[in-house]
Design a protein around this ligand. Structure first.
Ligand code: IMP
Ligand code: MG
Length: 178
């Protein structure tokens, strides 16, 4: 089924399962080569990254640890912007090689705030692994080490990503039909 309805919108198939599986294997392979011997700590950002994290981690063959964090957002005082705080990080990360595992980098603001927050805990280095990246939407300086797919600036759903809470369970990625 290539066209689906999620809540009140129609979406069409954008990244089929086979494409996702093949690309995640390549991404994991790069991580296995580049972070060998570093005992990385993967920090998967809930909720969106749960499927990507699960499939990626199954392909990681080097010694590593994984933990899950959540970002709680509330309205900030300045510029009406959202402030996001990191929840659930019980591990010490000082001196560690950290790999943030995210579903999607859009404007990049979420990732930048997460980096700022983690950097106060003195990790040795932080790498970013994101399933999707929308280069045209990026509005802050970010270096993304591992990007499974660069995609156009259109709203997507599935494979962990939601439309108003729905669609996270879809095992492929769908893009909104305007
Ligand atoms: P950013 O702070 O603008 O980079 O937004 C990142 C967050 O917005 C992601 O972690 C997602 O939760 C959400 N997001 C951005 N684009 C999409 C999309 O196309 N579909 C679903 N969620 C999205
Ligand atoms: Mg996310």
């Amino acid at each position: 089924m290539d066209i689906i309805r999620v809540k009140d919108r129609d979406f069409k198939l954008f990244l089929p399962k086979e494409t996702i599986t093949a690309r995640i294997a390549e991404t994991a392979q790069r991580i296995n080569e580049e972070l060998a011997g570093k005992n990385p700590l993967f920090l998967a950002v809930l909720n969106g990254s749960f499927m990507f994290a699960a499939d990626l981690m199954k392909q990681i063959t080097i010694p590593c640890e994984i933990s899950f964090i959540k970002l709680a957002s509330y309205e900030g005082m300045q510029q009406g912007g959202k402030v996001r705080e990191v929840f659930g990080l019980s591990e010490r990360i000082d001196g560690r090689t950290v790999v943030i595992v995210e579903d999607i980098v859009d404007s990049g603001r979420t990732m930048l705030q997460l980096l700022d927050s983690l950097n106060t805990r003195n990790p040795a280095e932080i790498h970013i692994a994101t399933f999707l990246f929308k280069p045209a939407a990026l509005s802050c300086p970010l270096t993304l080490d591992y990007v499974a797919f660069e995609i156009p600036n259109d709203f997507v759903v599935g494979y962990g990503m939601d439309y108003d809470g729905f669609g996270r369970n879809l095992d492929q990625v769908y893009t909104v039909i305007p």
